[in-house]
Structures are given as C-alpha cells and as structure tokens.
Design a protein around this ligand. Structure first.
Ligand code: IPM
Ligand code: SF4
Length: 466
C-alpha cells in the first residue's frame, strides 16, 4: 500500500492501537521547558515515579529568561521561580539540561535541531504548541499539554489519535525578497487559521525542497497557526547534511544505518492525501499581518481591508474588532503604517539564516528616529556565537539595533521585553493576538528582512525595493 510520510512516521511508533483508533505511540524525544513542566514533575514526585528513559529528555529554560545581562540573575520573582524550579527538577530527575548560563541555551525549538536531538523519523513532543517546528526534519512532532508531559516522562508514550492528512504543495521559484515566512503566512492567508484543524500537514513541492532547514523550520513552526497539529517535510540531502556531526547525532556504522532508513521517509509517489492545497511561489509577495490573527494578512503592496466590503457578517465583525484594536483605518496602504518597535527573534525566525537576512538589510543604514527600540534576539547561544563570528552583531549595533541574549523574549512577553499599551511592532514571531507582546501592544507579523526594513524606514516598506 502506498503511504504518506505521516503514515510511515505514525505506523513505526504504534505500541498498541484500539478499535476506536486510540493509540499508544512511542515517543523518541521529549523536550522540556520551564512553563509547562513544573506540575508534571510534581505529579511524578507525588506518585513516586521516575523517568522511563532519562536520556530521551532534553530540558532548557527559554520563556522566562532575561535577554539582557544575566549575571544579576532574574529580577522578576515569577520568572525566577519558574526557572529555578526547572533547575531543581532537572537536577533531581537527572535530565540533560541547558541552564540559563549555558552557551547551548536557547529557545527549545532552536536548540533541539541544533544539537541533533531532533532527528529524522522521530516522534518529538514538548509541552509547547510550536513543537511542530521539528517536523521539518521528517519527524512527527507536536505540542502536548502538561498532563501529557507527565505521562511522557513516566512512560515514554503518549495516547493519540491519527489526524487526517493534508499536502500543502508549493511549486516554483521564490521571487527575490520573499522568504519561508512569507510562504507560510500566504498559506495561512489562503486556508485560514482553522484550515488545518484535524490535519497533519506535509509541506512539499519544489519551493519547499529548495528551502534550507532553517526555512523549512519556519514553515513547520507555523503549521500550528494554520490549525494543524503537526507540519512536516520529507527527508532529503538538505536534511541529512544538516544533522550530520551534531552532538546528539549518530556516528560510525549507526550513522550509515540511520541515513539508509531516513532516505525512506517521504511520501510514496501516488499516495493519497485527504486534502491537497497548492500555491504558486512566484505569486507570493512579502506578507504583513494587519489584524489580530495570522490569517489577517496581506502583501506589502496591499491595503488594510475594508470591513464594508466583507459580505460574511461574522468575518466583518472580526475585522472591525481587529482594526479597532490595531488602530488601523480601512484602505490604508500597508506601507503607510508606522511602527514603534522591531522584534527580530522567536522560534519562527531567530536562526542564523534569519539573522543574516536581517543584517543584510540593515547594513550601513540607520534605525528610523520614530522607532524606539529594535531588538535582535538570537534563538540560542550558539546562534549568537555564530552571528558574532560573522560580524552580524556589529552590523546591527551600528544601525542602532540592540543585540540581546537568547530566549523567547518579546514573542510573548513573559520576561521584561514587552510592548507598552498602544505600541506597534514589526515582529518576526508567529502570534499576533491581542496583548501577545504586552498588554495593548499591536503586532504585525513579518519576515526578518521585512522587520529589519521597517526598522530602517520607520514604517512597513517593500524589501524588494531596497
Ligand atoms: C508557554 C507555552 C505553553 C506556549 C505554547 O505552547 O505555545 C508558548 O510557547 C507560546 O508560544 O504561546
Ligand atoms: S519563541 Fe514564542 S512561539 Fe516560540 S516557544 Fe517561545 S513563546 Fe512560544
């Protein structure tokens, strides 16, 4: 029988399946962060249970860590408690842990792949919705809740039901200045934030094949914003080249064996999906969200939509509400929207390629005077180090951009980095709902190049014209 990549990943991890489809799935890798793990460890302690397979876990503090000088520790008591609790749990349960001052620390979805802890063919889970990122490696990867975190810690398995399968096929050459972020925003603009509900999405087609691993991770990262639980990309040479030589990657004869298996991790030609969506890459332009959901998106040469033109009453109400919150007037050209802050970072866009793209735009230019703060937050200590080796930090600083320590930062404002009420931000993150980057803050999701360009111009600008 012809199989999709999703079928192959699923079937190879079934421990037991009941008639109603409820399945016990084996989990190969469990990533842990400070926000969703405390009650899980507490539950284990109360039940006097240990970890089923300690080496399958990798923990890191990312959401609550400061992005400024860490020598003083964490000032905010809530954040400090969260991180100290993970410090203590990692120690008492014996997990591999990158603490706040470890050079390998960073956003969980950046460090997993970077360390080779995420490998093709794995099931990867984490108490975090953006675990879909890891599907870029030909993995079955998705977020789980805190009670499931406890279940995985204790049993190395998860109760799950198989989703339907969707192929998002993107073909053609990407125009200059158009990136993986624009692809995924365009996909969400097309199918909506509920378009992927109930599906596991495989991204395929010549455009996806030509993306780097960084680009593929950006696309899979936002599969969850399209409503899908998981996103994935088939394994090819790009995947294998990326994982080779990473600290957790296999070596010697095991590497050869692994590669031979990984090469089978693609959808068989002719296998059927429950749904197929096609996009022509040559038609995608740099994207900017204008509303409070990632599907409220248009191209840089577009305008803020007019709710009066919307026939569907529910959609019209949502648009009106979003435009009020965003303080935007219908029909305003996107290029006329002025911004107060720039955030380049998050598990969507904080990898080396993202920083290179942003640095390329700001090189030799200056932050606009109306932009109060433009911050660059590398996804990990190792990304930061690499960027510094390439002199990217100097380019950013010379342009008036701040160069910070790694973490989630202003993606969700659990640390000190946030928008003040009414501030408007060009952000490379993945969520733009009300208050996401700080109470009353207004978020526009864009690619790293577009965020950098907005920081220079003071308003959104077509990066293709620079
Ligand atoms: C804190 C965590 C549970 C959350 C998630 O699951 O996605 C966060 O990472 C986010 O992006 O909102
Ligand atoms: S960077 Fe943002 S989206 Fe990613 S895990 Fe952190 S808070 Fe969630």
């Amino acid at each position: 029988m012809l199989k999709t990549l999703y079928d192959k990943l699923w079937e190879s991890h079934v421990v037991r399946a009941d008639a109603d489809g409820t399945t016990v799935l084996y989990i190969d890798r469990h990533l842990v962060h400070e926000v969703t793990s405390p009650q899980a460890f507490e539950g284990l302690r109360e039940a006097h249970r240990g970890l089923w397979r300690t080496a399958a876990n990798l923990a890191v503090a990312d959401h609550n860590v400061p992005t400024t000088d860490r020598r003083e520790g964490i000032a905010d008591p809530t954040s400090r408690l969260q991180v100290e609790t993970l410090d203590a749990n990692a120690k008492s349960f014996g997990l591999t842990y990158f603490n706040m001052n470890d050079k390998r620390q960073g956003i969980v979805h950046v460090i997993g792949p970077e360390q080779g802890a995420t490998l093709p063919g794995m099931t990867v889970v984490c108490g975090d919705s953006h675990t879909s990122t890891h599907g870029a490696f030909g993995c079955l990867a998705h977020g789980i809740g805190t009670s499931e975190v406890e279940h995985v810690l204790a049993t190395q398995t998860l109760l799950a039901k198989k989703s339907k399968s969707m192929l998002v096929q993107v073909d053609g050459a990407l125009p200059k200045g158009v990136t993986a972020k624009d692809i995924v925003l365009a996909v969400i603009g097309k199918i909506g934030t509920a378009g992927g509900t109930g599906y596991a999405i495989e991204f395929g087609g010549s455009t996806i094949r030509s993306l780097s691993m960084e680009g593929r991770m950006t696309v899979c990262n936002m599969a969850i914003e399209a409503g899908a639980r998981a996103g994935m990309v088939a394994v090819d040479d790009t995947t294998i080249d990326y994982v080779k030589g990473r600290p957790f990657s296999p070596v010697g004869p095991q590497w050869e064996q692994a590669v031979a298996y990984w090469r089978t991790l693609h959808t068989d030609p002719g296998a059927k999906f429950d749904m197929v969506v096609r996009l022509d890459a040559s038609q995608i332009r740099p994207q900017v969200t204008w509303g409070t959901s990632p599907e409220m998106v248009t191209a840089i040469d577009g305008r803020v939509p007019d709710p009066d033109q919307e026939k569907d009453a529910v959609r019209r109400d949502a648009m009106e509400k979003a435009l009020t919150y965003m303080a935007l007037t219908p029909n305003t050209p996107i290029e006329n929207i002025r911004i107060d802050k720039v955030f380049i970072g998050s598990c969507t866009n904080s990898r080396i390629e993202d920083l290179r793209e942003a640095a390329h735009v700001v090189r030799g230019r200056q932050r606009a005077s109306n932009v109060k703060l433009a911050m660059v937050v590398p996804g990990s200590g190792l990304v930061k180090e690499q960027a510094e080796r390439e002199g990217l930090d100097k380019i950013f600083k010379a342009a008036g951009f701040e160069w910070r320590e790694p973490g989630c930062s202003m993606c969700l404002a659990m640390n000190a980095d946030r928008l003040e009420p009414g501030e408007r931000c060009a952000s490379t993150s993945n969520r733009n709902f009300e208050g996401r980057q700080g109470q009353g803050g207004r978020t526009h999701l864009v690619s790293p190049a577009m965020a950098a360009a907005a920081g220079i111009a003071g308003h959104f600008v077509d990066v293709r014209s620079l």
